[in-house]
Design a protein around this ligand. Structure first.
Ligand SMILES: CC(C)(COP(=O)(O)OP(=O)(O)OC[C@H]1O[C@@H](n2cnc3c(N)ncnc32)[C@H](O)[C@@H]1OP(=O)(O)O)[C@@H](O)C(=O)NCCC(=O)NCCS
Length: 220
């Protein structure tokens, strides 16, 4: 992607994320790049990874440090927790996603009621392939509906993206691996709610259809 194209894409994605998140969240979006500065111990986590993975990891962590700085909290390392998500500092809720060499991070603090936030970017190209994989991520109830009256490719992509954002919002509360098929999505236009099997929290979120990606934000 040319740098002007990438700048425009990042600014559109950041704008969409700001509109979808509750007030008080900081947002940063940047092209994936191994050249960005992040703490040495974080960079070391991907020292042996392939170049694409290094670029997206570094870009994602760089965005995460930008949002922490906006909250006055960039005094920490973001090491991965047991379930793969970053260990945000106490009192901070945040999430990272990367797709199409674009990285997005969001974080906020001072929330009375929120327990988790999750974001997911899904490229339209990857979304098209999900029709073949629906059995792997639809819940049993969704599968029954799909068998009678197939969801459109767009609905399947929306469900998948909403479920990935939901995993990120709740996995620290569940404290265990979450299967996408254990999550059921109810969608109304661009709004959704998610029910996670054996977890009592309520997840609500929204979807935005951007030029080349779908963006999902989930909060619980
Ligand atoms: C975990 C999952 C949501 C990641 O989403 P993805 O679309 O593959 O990748 P994205 O680029 O959007 O997001 C990746 C980022 O999400 C974050 N992440 C990964 N696992 C996470 C988790 N359990 N909770 C919160 N955030 C998580 C990380 O920051 C990761 O980036 P990094 O490794 O560079 O720091 C997705 O792989 C998934 O749903 N997997 C199926 C369920 C699963 O594996 N669950 C395991 C954890 S319960």
């Amino acid at each position: 992607m040319k740098s002007t194209e990438s700048l425009a894409a990042c600014s559109n994605i950041a704008r969409a994320a700001r509109c979808m998140l509750p007030r008080g969240f900081a947002v940063a979006c940047h092209a994936a790049s191994a050249a960005l500065e992040i703490p040495q111990r974080e960079r070391a986590l991907v020292a042996h990874a392939v170049p694409h993975r290094i670029a997206e990891f570094v870009g994602g962590r760089w965005c995460a440090h930008q949002v922490l700085a906006q909250l006055g909290r960039d005094d920490c390392e973001l090491m991965p927790g047991a379930l793969g998500g970053p260990s945000w500092p106490p009192g901070i809720l945040g999430s990272i996603t990367h797709e199409d060499s674009i990285c997005l991070a969001v974080a906020g603090d001072r929330f009375d009621t929120l327990q988790g936030v999750g974001i997911d970017l899904l490229s339209n190209q990857r979304a098209a392939a999900l029709v073949e994989l629906a059995d792997l991520f639809l819940s049993p109830a969704e599968t029954r509906i799909h068998q009678q009256n197939a969801f459109s490719p767009q609905q399947l992509a929306d469900f998948f993206c909403a479920k990935e954002a939901t995993v990120k919002a709740v996995s620290h509360l569940a404290g265990r691996y979450l299967d996408l098929a254990a999550i059921s999505i109810r969608q109304q236009h661009t709004e959704f709610s998610a029910i996670v099997a054996d977890l009592s929290c309520t997840v609500r979120g929204s979807l935005s259809h951007l030029d080349k990606q779908i963006l999902a934000v989930a909060c619980c």
